[in-house]
Ligand binder design. Structure first.
Ligand code: ASP
Length: 418
């Protein structure tokens, strides 16, 4: 089979891998002893795939932002594109939060749930969360790296981005002869990373199969948990589906972008986001699809997507807001108008601060709970089903980034394939 044919078939192979992985994982959960070796090997395959994707991210973000920012030519270009990008990120995130707020107040999934029936069951979770808790100031301060190598060691994307933007900006301020050397170098690094990404893309079905088998086998029977939190999950998923299939497409349409064609072009990164629950790990694939399938320029792709994967999390923000109000309802606490506004604002901040890795949004929930003075107990029950919304919110996060890239490109007068 020719390579291009494989590439065209990839979304179908990915779907098949997800389904097959689900089935095999369920079978493995039923025969835990006999099939433990199979689950372990699947886990290794999945971890190897994720590691190779993660390996690309640091150099990719650094080289793409430096070339992107320096390539914008002037600080005013950067200011304009940066302003639009951040404005769209914040706007879409606030819309997602308000949608979540609306749904959770209408559906009221927490009324009648007594999460505090057995607080001791949640002690360990709460202790761990308290240890990881950051306050609002720390989230903001954390964006400034004191040591750039440490940022790489700790995979702190936001710090790498801040450094790369400054480096790119000041590259334009030195003489042409010098700045050309820097641009040539980082643009070559960028192209190597993208070539590597194209090779990794062909492995996605195998990687996803491994991840899914292991996850499903490990989760075992979630039926009982899901039913006790069914209404909560219905609220989260209703919000995510409306945002994903209605709100973002309407926004794209209003800027003259064909939403569903763009979505189809993004099928590989979206399915990867769904199955890995990590928007950072998906970044190399979304950059490839946005540029090569939807035809958005490298200049915009390489600025908007790395930034988006780090700070633009529509799905996470919606989840945060719904979860916190759900918990308030379950505690029997009536939140005042001011407290609800605080929930909206801190959900925005928590989503910006959440890393693009599995569970990150869940951990950030503690910021909001503390901001409105709610206890952290009870959060453990949400954790037991967190993986389901995590997959869906990550796909929504990535879709939001790809949509903003298309809108910014369109408003910059680019000719797109969508
Ligand atoms: N897993 C999400 C992401 O990578 C973050 C979250 O936990 O909400 O985008």
């Amino acid at each position: 089979m020719k390579v291009s044919k494989i590439t065209r078939l990839l979304p179908f192979l990915m779907l098949a891998a997800l389904l097959l992985g689900g089935i095999l994982g369920k079978v493995a959960a039923s025969y835990p002893e006999e099939l433990s070796g199979f689950v372990a090997v699947s886990g290794w395959v999945g971890a190897a795939f994720l590691n190779i994707l993660k390996m690309v991210i640091g150099p990719l973000i650094l080289s793409s932002i430096i070339t992107g920012v320096a390539g914008m030519g002037s600080a005013s270009n950067l200011g304009r594109i940066g302003g639009k990008t951040i404005g769209l990120f914040l706007g879409t995130t606030v819309v997602a939060i308000v949608l979540g707020l609306f749904l959770v107040n209408i559906i009221k999934p927490g009324i009648g749930v007594n999460l505090l029936a057995d607080p001791s069951a949640n002690e360990v979770v709460v202790e761990n969360l308290v240890a990881e808790q950051q306050n609002v100031g720390e989230i903001l301060m954390d964006a400034i790296p004191s040591n750039i190598t440490k940022a790489f060691v700790e995979d702190n994307m936001l710090q790498i981005i801040v450094f790369a933007i400054l480096f790119g900006l000041f590259t334009t301020k030195i003489g042409h002869e010098q700045s050309k050397k820097i641009l040539d170098f980082f643009s070559a690094v960028f192209h190597v990373m993208m070539k590597l990404t194209s090779a990794i893309i062909k492995l996605t079905p195998i990687g996803i199969l491994g991840i899914t088998v292991e996850q499903v086998a490990r989760q075992g029977d979630v039926g009982a948990l899901v039913s006790s939190l069914l209404l909560f999950l219905v609220t989260v998923f209703a919000g995510i589906l409306i945002h994903f299939f209605v709100i973002i497409p309407l926004l794209l349409k209003s800027f003259g972008v064909k939403p569903y064609r763009h979505m189809k072009n993004m099928s590989l990164p979206l399915l990867t986001a769904f199955s890995t629950a990590s928007s950072s790990a998906t970044l190399p694939l979304s950059m490839d699809a946005v540029e090569n399938k939807s035809g958005i320029s490298n200049k915009i792709t390489s600025f908007v997507l790395p930034l988006g994967a780090t700070i633009n999390m529509n799905g996470t923000a919606l989840f945060e807001c719904v979860s916190v109000i759900f918990l308030a309802q379950a505690y029997g606490v009536e939140l005042t108008m001011l407290q609800q506004i605080i929930v909206v604002l801190t959900s925005l901040l928590a989503a910006v601060g959440a890393a693009g890795i599995p569970m990150a949004g869940f951990v950030m929930m503690t910021v909001i709970l503390s901001a409105v003075g709610l206890p952290l107990d009870g959060i453990g029950l949400i954790m037991s089903v967190n993986f389901l919304p995590d997959m869906a919110r990550t796909a929504t996060n990535v879709w939001g980034d790809c949509a903003v890239a298309a809108i910014v490109a369109k408003t910059e007068g680019e000719k797109l394939n969508v």
